[in-house]
Design a protein around this ligand. Structure first.
Ligand code: AHR
Length: 498
């Protein structure tokens, strides 16, 4: 394939928050994940230091919390103050100890060096409860909730900038589900109250690529929003945990920008495309697995044990890494309107990090985030492909899907002026040749590739088969045309200078 890149054709800057993450009170994401008091690897606040260091190493920009479905029946006041009383989590049907709440979340974010992003309860919660939460976090001293924060030993306000009204309230199964008739007005009233407390907060609202839902939301509450939330999981494993194989996952890399296109069109129709950006604040190739949430009898542990199937690290192969690279490329190529994206979730379940008592496993997807946050640039430039190879692959239903084998995105690191290009080869078996073409000569200064040996390779406590390596075969190549091969099932980033 030939990829022609024009570094002069600058498209837009990308917001680093497209490399964000999501943390929910589900299975071992919080308790036993980021928060593990008593573990020798945890610090004085009970946070896993190995997890914190790993998240710092991928320049984590933002973490969304506490849910997800969990939040739609969560009352934040149970999670602050000295005497935390456990509550019943109606979303996931377990007891929530409430020992990890707002103070702990903000403290975790400070240690990682990332922005906290709080999703509020628009299910069973009220507009007032949401605005009380903003008081607790952002008012210096005024009122009951700021004083409650201070009483808890947290004098300075947290200045939480990013908030969302609700999570997937469009879904009938969500606690406190709403109709599109109800949603716009509810968001408007909630946003009004939250902005009365702190006009500077940036608000999102739960949405999906549905015209009726979004039209009413934008019409009634668009003026109050700076973000609109989207969620997508491509491999549906909610009820049956049968992860799709490599080629079926590649079939799901086509049309990744479908929902972005729809929301872009709706925002443009309402004249809001310069005011509101997309927060893709939950995305992952693999959906989570939580069967029988609605019908498991009290006392049953089967449906809880099923959630732990996600701890099988052999599920997360080069397919997850390649898909993640393709999704991040989609975010880069739509960075004018996609301003935030949050991998769901960050730790355990389908996360980039798996924790166990003695340490952590960095899954292949973790390394993709490290490559992108450390090697890709901040300015997106234009490029076009020619002679792109295509292979037909079957999706998980057996439908034949033509899959473009090479996915790419071109950026410039504005600090160094270097061209930083991500090049992905989706082919399950064969290396693919790539020719980069420029208006003037460039030389490959550094190249890094993540491939494993086989498409189904993975990382675990006792194996590290999918880790990036310096691609010396590409380094040093120079000219107006540079040709080299991309290994099968691989993600590469090459950095070039003149
Ligand atoms: O499967 C996990 C759930 O997926 C999240 O809690 C929710 O936001 C999404 O539907």
């Amino acid at each position: 394939m030939k990829l022609t890149i024009d570094p002069e054709r600058v498209l837009f800057s990308r917001d680093p928050m497209i490399y964000g993450h999501f943390l929910e009170h589900f299975d071992r994401q919080v308790y036993g994940g980021v928060y593990d008091p008593g573990n020798p690897l945890s610090d004085e606040d009970g946070f896993r230091t190995d997890v914190i260091e790993a998240l710092k190493a991928i320049n984590t920009p933002v973490i969304r919390w506490p849910g997800g479905c969990f939040v739609s029946a969560y009352h934040w006041k149970n999670g602050v103050g000295k005497d935390r009383v456990p509550s019943f989590d109606k979303a996931w049907r377990v007891e929530e100890p409430n020992s990890f709440g707002t103070d702990e979340f903000v403290k975790l974010c400070r240690k990682i060096g990332c922005e906290p992003y709080i999703c509020t309860n628009a299910g069973t919660g009220t507009s007032e409860e949401m605005s009380d939460w903003v008081e607790y976090c952002n008012l210096p001293t005024e009122g009951e909730y700021a004083k409650k924060r201070i009483d808890g030993g947290n004098e300075a306000p947290y200045n939480v900038r990013y908030w969302s009204v609700g999570n997937e309230n469009y879904l009938p199964g969500e606690m406190g589900s709403k109709t599109f008739d109800e949603w716009g007005r509810f968001v408007l009233e909630s946003a009004k109250m939250m902005h009365r407390v702190d006009p500077s907060i940036e608000l999102s609202a739960a949405a999906h690529a549905d015209v009726d839902w979004c039209a009413r939301l934008l019409k009634e509450a668009g003026k109050q929003l700076r973000w609109i939330s989207l969620h997508d999981y491509m491999d549906p494993l909610w009820e049956v945990n049968a992860p799709a194989g490599y080629t079926a996952c590649m079939a799901r890399t086509t049309n990744l920008d479908d929902h972005v296109k729809k929301i872009r069109g709706l925002l443009t129709a309402f004249g809001l495309e310069k005011q509101i950006r997309i927060a893709y604040d939950e995305w992952n190739l693999r959906s989570w697995h939580h069967p029988h949430v609605n019908d498991a009898p009290i006392g049953s542990t089967e449906f809880l044990d099923a959630r732990k199937e996600a701890d099988d690290n052999s599920v997360y192969t080069t397919a997850d890494a390649v898909f993640t690279g393709c999704f991040l490329n989609m975010c880069l190529k739509n960075a004018d309107i996609v301003g935030m994206a949050n991998y769901a979730p960050v730790v355990n379940t389908r996360g980039v990090i798996y924790t166990y008592d003695g340490g952590i496993v960095l899954r292949p997807t973790y390394h993709v985030f490290r490559m992108y946050t450390q090697l890709m640039g901040d300015t997106v430039v234009d490029g076009y492909e020619a002679e792109a190879p295509v292979k037909v692959m079957q999706d998980r239903t057996g439908k034949e899907i033509p899959v473009q084998l090479i996915d790419s995105a071109a950026t410039i690191d504005s600090a160094s002026g270097e061209l930083c290009i991500s090049l992905i080869n989706k082919d399950p078996e064969e290396a693919q040749e790539i020719t980069l073409r420029f208006p003037e000569a460039y030389a490959v200064r550094y190249a890094e590739t993540l491939a494993g040996t086989n498409a189904d390779d993975y990382n675990d406590v006792d194996r590290n088969d999918v880790v990036p390596y310096e691609n010396t075969a590409a380094e040093g190549l120079s000219g107006q045309e540079i040709t080299f091969t991309l290994p099968a099932h691989s993600v590469s980033v090459v950095r070039l200078n003149k």
